[in-house]
Design a protein around this ligand. Structure first.
Ligand SMILES: Nc1ncnc2c1ncn2[C@@H]1O[C@H](COP(=O)(O)OP(=O)(O)OP(=O)(O)O)[C@@H](O)[C@H]1O
Ligand SMILES: [Mg+2]
Length: 236
């Protein structure tokens, strides 16, 4: 049984129809990347899975159970956690307090100390306020807040956006470790290189519809796809 299966998914913001019969499958322990240009519908796809979209139709099964009509809290409590693009770190709370809030909101969290093992940098910054963290540090904190809630499926929306290359590389390492701990990852990216390095399979969406799917090895050979559907060329 797949971890996540989207079938004929449509999504709407008011009268605006943005996802069109989208299909997608994510298997256990996979890292699947959702690629596409600005406005293609990547964030909307993640929101459709977490339920934070005004209207969605079709079928989304999570480990075989239909969740299209499930509440946002129900989906989160079932083990699907989103790290949003805008990170939403609490600016006036310290790193530790930010983690504590996530910990307290979860019925079966992991120890906060585990997060400091995974992100030693956050341990150093424990008492620093969210607003004083760099973009990379905020992203680490944002991922740590999701991980402390012991997710089964981790959804990451453009995790590398605005990050320095050295932080991107740290993040890649952390996510590779996370997958070994039985977490399944679905992420969106415009950083094709990151997606090719970390992911196993990829979907490209264009104007809210499926445009291509395949393995990262196949994608690596298809510069035409990168030209056609993405704004950047693949870097070797
Ligand atoms: N809150 C909203 N209300 C109305 N339309 C929206 C809303 N959010 C997104 N859209 C529209 O839905 C479409 C898909 O947007 P979405 O944010 O999912 O794209 P994306 O692939 O994540 O883009 P980006 O790479 O810029 O993050 C776009 O046409 C966008 O304008
Ligand atoms: Mg987006």
């Amino acid at each position: 049984m797949s971890v996540l299966e989207l079938k004929d998914v449509n999504a709407f913001y008011g009268n605006s129809h943005v996802l069109f019969d989208l299909d997608m499958v994510v298997e256990q322990n996979e890292v699947v990347t959702l690629l596409g240009r600005n406005g293609a519908g990547k964030t909307t796809t993640l929101r459709t899975i977490t339920g934070t979209i005004p209207r969605r139709e079709g079928s989304i099964t999570y480990r075989g159970d239909e969740i299209i009509d499930e509440s946002v809290d129900g989906i989160s409590n079932a083990g699907i956690k989103l790290v949003p693009e805008e990170r939403r770190v609490f600016p006036t709370l310290t790193v530790h307090e930010n983690l504590q809030v996530a910990y307290d909101a979860c019925s079966s969290p992991r120890p906060i100390s585990d997060m400091y093992d995974v992100f030693p940098k956050l341990d150093e910054l424990r008492q620093n306020k969210g607003r004083n963290l760099s973009g990379g540090e905020q992203q680490m904190l944002s991922v740590a807040r999701a991980l402390v809630q012991d997710p089964d499926v981790l959804l990451l929306d453009e995790p590398t956006e605005g990050l320095a290359p050295v932080i991107v590389s740290d993040l890649k390492e952390v996510l590779s470790e996370v997958v070994k701990e039985d977490v399944t990852v679905l992420l969106t990216e415009q950083n094709v290189e990151f997606a090719l390095d970390l992911g196993e399979r990829a979907y490209i969406i264009e104007k809210g519809s499926n445009a291509w799917e395949g393995t990262v090895e196949e994608l690596r050979e298809r510069e035409d796809l990168l030209d056609e559907y993405l704004s950047v060329a693949a870097a070797e």
